[in-house]
Design a protein around this ligand. Structure first.
Ligand code: SF4
Length: 373
């Protein structure tokens, strides 16, 4: 089987900002609330940049600040963070994204984001229905704050993406349909829709187990919610270009496309992941452990994995089939199960590519495993 490596495309740079003022009850990401540690975090980020700058001399095409809550960084924090990256070639950046919490949106912060060069804001609305936003998701903002935040951001020339979560306890089709329409009516460029996964040991898992909250929708119901997303958003001018992501044509996330197309990316900060075209590695989760590795002058890695041919093939198929653009048919030409999945309506062959159908998108990992056997 022929593999396509797209490393001729310029890489992306990701920076993980691990600070959150409070913990959302469904979140199992590592984050810390001691904002007094921000200056030390930035000093260590500069050390990490120094460690990797010579190995990544090519210009980056995208920069993405995720978290955590990078939008809580004030002027000193944000300019300090960007300065820490100055050893990299950022002269060709075409997209600079900041993840934003609605409660951090103020006229001063928005002006700062514009002044420091951000082109794209990804706003974590999560729900536009108060019944889930506060009670279930425990977010620190209200629906009204979300609307005010969107109105403020739209006065600036940012690309705007909105994040929504579905598959919430007792959520009905009409509830999710209403959320999608409310989001589309805010006229963003991009909408991400994430299926809620309830991780063990989170306060949300406990609330459901102890019946303070109703149970999650069944897998069949979740599949219906997934399919409804396309119906509702297609009618509003968005198309699903990846399992969880919709965009108006031309407004896809350049940075996130690199992950699915297996273009190299460098991740800095605790818990950040990287890929150089052949190896994956992930940083230590804890800020303190990450920082102490850097102070000792060593890469703050938790793991590094070199992919063999079989793993590269599986990853290429698994990631490629997440995308509406699919994969070059040549990659799957020798797979004995390809015809079966075309006949079953999970995949289609068009213009020399194998693309997933909506039904196929529901089963991407399963399809990829079977196709590589
Ligand atoms: S803001 Fe995001 S990263 Fe922080 S606790 Fe909430 S869900 Fe987790």
């Amino acid at each position: 089987m022929t593999l396509v490596r797209r490393s001729e495309e310029a890489p992306g740079l990701y920076v993980h900002v691990p600070f959150c003022v409070r913990r959302c009850p469904y979140c199992d990401f590592y984050s810390i609330s001691d904002l007094a540690l921000i200056p030390r975090y930035i000093a260590n980020l500069a050390r990490e940049a120094e460690l990797f700058a010579s190995a990544w001399p090519e210009p980056f095409e995208t920069l993405y600040l995720g978290g955590g809550s990078p939008s809580l960084l004030n002027r000193e924090g944000l300019t300090g963070l960007l300065k820490a990256l100055s050893l990299f070639d950022l002269s060709q950046l075409k997209e600079i994204t900041l993840e934003v919490n609605p409660e951090d949106v103020s006229s001063e912060q928005v002006a700062l984001w514009a002044e420091t060069g951000f082109t794209r804001l990804s706003l974590g609305l999560q729900s536009l229905d108060e019944r889930w936003l506060g009670h279930v998701l425990g977010r620190g903002h209200t629906v009204e704050q979300s609307r005010v935040a969107v109105e403020m951001l739209k006065r600036w020339p940012f690309e705007l993406s909105l994040d929504l979560i579905y598959g919430l306890p007792s959520q009905a089709l009409e509830d999710w349909g209403r959320d999608l329409l409310r989001a589309a009516e805010l006229e963003p460029d991009h909408i991400s829709t994430y299926n809620l996964t309830v991780e063990a040991e989170t306060p949300l898992a406990k609330s459901i187990a102890e019946k303070y909250l109703p149970p999650l929708p069944s897998p069949d119901k979740v599949a219906d919610l997934f399919l409804l997303s396309s119906q509702a958003l297609n009618a509003k001018g968005f198309y699903r270009y990846e399992v969880s992501n919709f965009a108006r044509p031309g407004h896809e996330s350049r940075h996130n496309l690199k992950y699915w197309r297996r273009v190299p990316y460098l991740g800095l900060g605790p818990a950040a992941h990287s890929f150089d075209g052949q190896n994956h590695w992930g940083n230590l989760l804890s800020v303190r452990q990450w920082a102490s590795a850097l102070v000792s002058g060593v890469a703050p890695r938790a793991f590094k994995e070199k992919l063999d041919h079989k793993a590269i093939l599986l990853e290429t198929i698994m990631l490629g089939l997440r995308l509406a653009e699919g994969l070059p048919a040549s990659i799957l030409a020798k797979s004995p199960r390809l015809v079966k999945f075309i006949k079953s309506g999970h995949l289609v062959r068009t213009e020399g590519r194998i693309r997933p159908t909506e039904k196929g998108l529901l089963l991407v990992d399963h399809l990829a495993i079977e196709l590589t056997e």
